[in-house]
Ligand binder design. Structure first.
Ligand SMILES: Cc1cc2nc3c(=O)[nH]c(=O)nc-3n(C[C@H](O)[C@H](O)[C@H](O)COP(=O)(O)OP(=O)(O)OC[C@H]3O[C@@H](n4cnc5c(N)ncnc54)[C@H](O)[C@@H]3O)c2cc1C
Length: 390
């Protein structure tokens, strides 16, 4: 049986970046994915400034558009625009981004095997693992579950925890079917149009990406929400290509992240931001912190990956708590939440958050901080909806 230092299950943004970092540090890494690459993944493909900051290399070659302006609209009614001095989000397509990330991991020295489904992970008495793939068994000292929202590695590793699910549906409309100039360098966010979520229109090189997302219970209505979004943007659902849905796993506080020499990263750990539905920043942060913890085990400084849990919590938990509060506030008191986030001084805080210049709203100074704190207060007044988490 071939033996590795680390086996990573899943080669999305979390798994590939973790494999890249570990291979660069000299670890013997195998990166396994059931899909044959290049593969697509339902996603808006928006890389926030803070996500790009966390990447260990640049991904300019797969960036199709840059957004420096947000148009925020409430329930398809009143709206405002906020333009930043510099791009806030870089737009890509996941088939292109993920293909680049696995290539970088492989070039750095990770062994990449696509078309290889992991069926089981066994934990041995000495703490090592046997990863059972179709037709082969592989040995590993450490295992990282990076198999996304529908992955089974959390269950195999005894790390399934409490989580809330969201769901989102998206598709693409070619530029010649719509007025592309209206969306140039601009993202449109349609707030409070879907319970527990929103609609979006993102520009790409040759098309627009339109999507809607909300609580898992909204799943059966998402097609209707998407049709409405299309209609409000001068197109029809029939013009959409490649319409796909996927789950958004939202971890609850305290859900396990590591056990022995195994850990979860990215969507497998349920790290999606509750209010924005973004997850790639969280993929890259968890990949980096997990890689640091793995290196400490491999160098004998640490016996297991347990410290990774508290390190990740320390980096993300205050941001996640603020996001849960904003989500509840927008869900239950959308007009008040919209009014509170509208002033330019609030946007300067949101810009700093998007760029990762501050870790959470509480780290900001001035009136923007007070407005965002008020979201927490009104969120407390909102009795949790049955499907709401945290
Ligand atoms: C509609 C939608 C829009 C979104 N828009 C954005 C956005 O604009 N910006 C943003 O930052 N985030 C966005 N997100 C969230 C983002 O897509 C996820 O956070 C991100 O894909 C998580 O990456 P990951 O590497 O954890 O998992 P994934 O990207 O899901 O990758 C997991 C991989 O594991 C593989 N796998 C699964 N099971 C096995 C197995 N048994 N054996 C081997 N391999 C396996 C899969 O084939 C897959 O390649 C969106 C999500 C949705 C659903």
């Amino acid at each position: 049986m071939k033996k590795y230092d680390v086996a990573i299950v899943g080669a999305g943004p979390a798994g590939s970046v973790c494999a890249y970092r570990l291979a660069r540090s000299g670890a013997r890494v195998i990166l396994l994915d059931r899909a044959v690459f290049p593969r697509d993944k339902p996603c808006g493909g928006g890389l926030t400034g803070r996500a790009i900051r966390e990447l260990p290399f640049d991904v300019d070659e797969v960036i199709e558009a840059r957004v420096d302006e947000f148009e925020m609209r409430l329930q398809y009614g009143s709206s405002y625009c906020r333009k930043a001095q510099r791009p806030l989000v870089a737009m890509t397509q996941r088939s292109r981004l993920d293909a680049l990330l696995v290539t970088r991991a492989a070039t750095a020295g990770a062994e990449f095997r696509d078309g290889t489904k992991v069926n089981a992970i066994e934990r041995r008495e000495n703490g090592d693992f046997v990863v059972a793939c179709e037709g082969e068994r592989l040995g590993a000292s450490l295992v990282i579950g990076a198999d996304g929202a529908n992955g089974k590695s959390a269950t195999h590793l005894g790390l399934s925890g409490d989580r809330t699910l969201g769901v989102a549906l998206e598709g693409n409309v070619p530029n010649d079917e719509i007025e592309p100039e209206r969306y140039e360098a601009r993202a449109v966010i349609e707030l409070a149009t879907v319970p527990g979520g929103y609609g979006w229109v993102f520009p790409k090189a040759t098309h627009l990406n339109l999507g809607v997302g909300g609580w898992e219970a909204t799943g059966p209505d998402l097609r209707t929400h998407l049709e409405r979004l299309c209609h409000m943007h001068g197109t029809t659902a029939a013009s959409l290509e490649n319409v796909r849905g996927h789950r958004l796993p939202l971890r609850r506080n305290g859900a396990p992240l590591a056990r022995g020499r195994s850990a979860l990263i990215g969507d497998a750990a349920g790290l999606i931001d509750p209010v924005s539905g973004d997850g790639m920043f969280e993929c890259f942060v968890s990949a980096r912190l997990c890689c640091d913890a793995v290196q400490r085990v491999l160098s004998g400084q640490s016996a297991d990956l347990i410290p990774y849990s508290s390190e990740l919590e320390a980096r993300l938990s205050r941001l996640a708590a603020a996001s849960w509060a904003a989500k509840r506030a927008f869900d239950r008191f959308p007009r008040t939440a919209f009014a509170l986030t509208r002033p330019r001084f609030v946007w300067s805080v949101i810009e700093q958050l998007i760029h990762g210049e501050i870790d959470h709203p509480g780290a900001s100074r001035g009136p923007g901080r007070i407005a965002l704190k008020s979201l927490k207060t009104i969120a407390r007044a909102a009795r949790p909806t049955p499907s709401a988490g945290a």
